[in-house]
Design a protein around this ligand. Structure first.
Ligand code: ADP
Length: 328
């Protein structure tokens, strides 16, 4: 019966989600390397190993400075498509419908592919859809498939507007996201035409009620496309733009502080220091499954940012979260 099918699905999912307990998962995605005419241009990604290893190389340097190896839960090379990325994210997304809180965030310098991963380059072609749209489509399809067993309600929340909107289908969500995108596109810096200075957060709250037992559950999904992680001076921002850039860097550094405090198992975790860390508090505090996509641009001129990005990501991966709980 469909009830048993759902139970079996739940069991499989439970097993898949178990291995996510206790740590923030980190996936590294490499933006495709675009060959330049000049022979001097090499990708800084020497190789991507099957076990989540990635070797970064700077051919302009010698010795210890020149190569560095990093290890993450997974590394996706430049030829990975959107569908493959989503396949490795799907179990996490689906666990929201079983009462887990899930947070997925994209980190990296401007132009490294954060928005590509989360939204995709073009909303009108489904093949290139990023995690956001695939996740929402998936959730709607699953709630429909389970309709006889569990009745679900979904609410999509857009921060910082913080408007809570009830959504009934994927189209509603796409519409909301389009508005979110438009709101986000403010100003531009020398590094990127589109806005690299704002965070984009989509939150989906879901509530479910089992038809037979009447038991209820709730889950929550945060999808976060962070502002560019590069140091401010690079973007040549001045005046108002500089102030905004500094402000955004402050919230990223607040995220860094929270992560350090968690890594050191401090008794005080400074969540209150930024809106971003407040939003992510539940997800980082151990009651949720958290996945960070860390993005790197393999161009040689991004070498310095690539190394600091990957070092930050290693720090994130080392954090032990408290016992993961579902709020079923
Ligand atoms: P960010 O959000 O980090 O600033 P974007 O996602 O806007 O970066 O990516 C910068 C540019 O590189 C865009 O034109 C984007 O389409 C392209 N790009 C990024 N990642 C990929 C990818 N995996 N495959 C193809 N093009 C990509």
């Amino acid at each position: 019966s469909s009830y048993h099918k759902v139970l079996e699905e739940n069991r499989q999912l439970y097993n898949q989600v178990q291995d996510l307990k206790g740590a923030i998962r980190v996936y590294c995605r490499v933006k495709p390397f675009v060959h330049d005419q000049s022979d001097e241009q090499h990708s800084t990604v020497d190789y991507v190993g099957e076990n989540g290893n990635i070797m970064i190389v700077n051919r302009q340097k010698q010795g210890k400075e020149a190569r560095k190896m990093f290890t993450f839960n997974k590394v996706f090379g430049g030829n990975t498509n959107q569908e493959q990325i989503y396949l490795d994210t799907q179990p996490l997304i689906r666990s929201v419908l079983d009462g887990y809180n899930v947070c997925i965030f994209a980190y990296g310098q401007t132009g490294s592919g954060k928005t590509y991963t989360m939204s995709g380059p073009d909303m009108t072609t489904e093949d290139t859809w990023g995690v956001n749209y695939r996740a929402l489509r998936d959730l709607f399809e699953l709630t429909e498939a389970r309709m006889d067993v569990i009745k679900y309600e979904l609410n999509g929340l857009n921060v910082p507007d913080a408007s809570l909107v009830s959504v009934k289908c994927t189209q509603d969500v796409l519409h909301l996201m389009r508005i979110g995108h438009r709101n986000r596109a403010v100003g531009s810096t020398a590094l990127n035409e589109r806005s690299s200075r704002s965070h984009s957060v989509v939150t989906v709250h879901i509530r479910g009620k089992e038809v037979v037992s009447g038991c209820s559950l709730k889950g929550c999904l945060h999808l976060v496309d962070l502002a560019g992680s590069e140091r401010v001076d690079k973007s040549e921002a001045v005046g108002e733009r500089l102030k905004e850039a500094q402000h955004i860097n402050r919230s990223l550094s607040a995220l860094g502080d929270v992560i350090s405090a968690l890594a050191q198992k401090s008794t005080h975790i400074p969540y209150r220091n930024s809106k971003l860390t407040q939003v992510l508090q539940d997800s980082l505090g151990g009651h949720a499954k958290t996945l960070m996509f860390v993005h790197i641009n393999p161009e040689i001129n991004a070498f310095g940012e690539t190394i600091s990005t990957l070092k930050f990501a290693e720090r994130v991966a080392s954090i032990e979260l408290g016992a993961a709980k579902s709020n079923k």
